[in-house]
Design a binder for this molecule. Structure first.
Ligand SMILES: Cc1ncc(C[n+]2csc(CCOP(=O)(O)OP(=O)(O)O)c2C)c(N)n1
Ligand code: SF4
Length: 257
């Protein structure tokens, strides 16, 4: 029988701790597939976050350096400057990247640091019990916004990707999701492009993934997938937000001696 599915080489053979229906597991697998397909295992260094993905280093069979909550962008900056030929990527939740790590993220992107960020937006603080995140939607109930997020009380959801796209150092930003097979394929393509842009030394690259958190959304996994289509992606539209490589001659100019 033809084998159509197998464990990627760089995904360790250990059970993941994620809840059923969680997007983190899918994105982790995609990263493992890409590292194999792009032959980057010897060069790849992951910077996992504090948050549900804190154990990413237990799943990816590549070098990893754990960062403190929110400090991924600062650590990645240092590592990429010391090891410019390596593939350095941060893997960060929305609490990590858009709350405690806002400054690190904005300034690294503005400096055009040549690393990649995988930004998992599940609109809550997952690991610590479902508190409101900067990305929580209007009217969304969380443990710290029990009446639903309200503009006058909690402010508006922050669109990190659109904000970062304004900065000159940013080469590529795309927002995707993992709630269907076709969406997963698009996410893989986007991460491939982000990694390639880094390896071509073009600029900062980020992929924002709208990711189900059925546990804290208090939904069944399939309902969480539907909610992304029907509600979440209306606030956070999917697609390419910035891509400077579309401009003619960018890659050539960057790679010229
Ligand atoms: C300096 C610091 N402050 C707070 C915490 C507690 N903490 C751990 S994970 C987390 C929230 C994580 O949420 P998010 O980044 O959205 O990731 P998710 O769990 O949803 O994947 C917080 C507040 C910490 N570990 N370190
Ligand atoms: S709490 Fe949410 S983000 Fe964390 S593992 Fe469970 S489903 Fe995933």
């Amino acid at each position: 029988m033809k084998k159509i599915y197998s464990r990627p080489k760089y995904l360790k053979k250990v059970p993941m701790h994620y809840c059923p229906g969680c997007g983190h597991s899918i994105v982790t697998r995609l990263i493992a597939e890409l590292i194999e397909e792009m032959d980057l295992a010897e060069k790849a260094i992951c910077i996992p976050p504090a948050g549900c993905a804190v154990l990413t280093y237990n799943y990816l069979d590549i070098d990893s350096v754990e960062s403190a909550h929110g400090r991924g962008g600062a650590m990645a900056t240092a590592m990429k400057r010391i090891l410019p030929d390596c593939l350095i990527f941060t893997y960060q939740g929305d609490g990590d990247l858009a709350a405690i790590g806002t400054a690190e993220t904005i300034h690294a992107a503005n400096r055009g640091e040549r690393f990649t960020t995988i930004f998992i937006n599940n609109a809550v603080y997952g690991m610590t019990g479902g508190q409101m995140a900067p990305t929580t939607l209007f009217n969304q109930k969380t443990t710290t916004s029990p009446f639903g997020r309200d503009m006058r009380r909690e402010g508006a959801p922050i669109k990190i990707s659109e904000m970062l796209a304004l900065l000159d150092g940013v080469a590529y930003i795309e927002r995707t999701t993992v709630n269907s097979v076709s969406a997963i394929k698009k996410t893989k393509k986007a991460i491939r492009k982000a990694f390639q842009i880094q390896m071509d030394d073009i600029g900062f690259s980020l992929v924002e993934v709208l990711s189900p958190c059925p546990t804290n959304w208090k939904m069944k996994p399939l309902d969480a997938c539907k909610w992304i289509d029907e509600v979440m992606s209306k606030e956070y539209p999917l697609g390419v937000i910035k891509d400077i490589t579309e401009k003619e001659g960018v890659k050539e100019a960057v790679n010229a001696d």
